[in-house]
Design a protein around this ligand. Structure first.
Ligand code: NI
Length: 167
């Protein structure tokens, strides 16, 4: 396994819509292992393939540091079947260091995905897991959490980012 380099805002790959994973071949399985190691090393609770420069619909999530009973989840070509309710949570992202903001998302989620054995599974998620899954699926569509905050907050973020770059 290897720790991969995490792409940071405003790298282009983060804004691209990712392609479906076609085969769960050795290359993809190794990428999954490397993404898991990279997520734990960061440390983070989720990581999507575009964040390591691979524009494929693949993500890993482990929120067990916050909710111990929730297992590691691998999402391969995930599709949201149902969403319900609303929840607001202070989000961050490994691709946007040193910045967090409140984001509104669906509170409950039903998702269909492949697991790493290639089986189709449905996941019912609520609360933090629901938020994490939506955040990672957003990455697969080239959407960052800063795209889901108010225009004023986004402008503040960009101003702060430019200041940081200049210093
Ligand atoms: Ni993220």
């Amino acid at each position: 396994m290897a720790v991969l380099d995490i792409k940071k805002y405003p790298e282009k790959v983060l804004k691209q819509k990712a392609s479906p994973v076609r085969d769960l071949d050795d290359l993809v399985l190794k990428l999954i292992d490397d993404m898991i190691e990279t997520m734990y090393n960061a440390p983070g609770v989720g990581l999507a393939a575009p964040q390591v420069g691979v524009s494929q619909r693949l993500a890993v999530i482990d929120i067990s540091s916050r909710e111990a009973e929730v297992p590691l989840i691998v999402l391969i070509n995930p599709v949201v079947l149902e969403r319900e309710g609303e929840i607001e949570f202070e989000e961050g992202c490994l691709s946007i260091p040193d910045y967090t903001a409140k984001v509104k998302r669906a509170e409950n989620l039903l998702v269909r995905t492949s697991d790493r054995e290639g089986r189709t599974v449905e996941i019912e998620a609520g609360g933090l897991l629901s938020i994490a899954i939506q955040h990672e699926i957003d990455h697969l569509d080239g959407v960052l959490f800063i795209d889901r905050i108010s225009p004023i907050r986004r402008e503040f973020f960009k101003k702060r980012y430019r200041k940081k770059q200049a210093s």
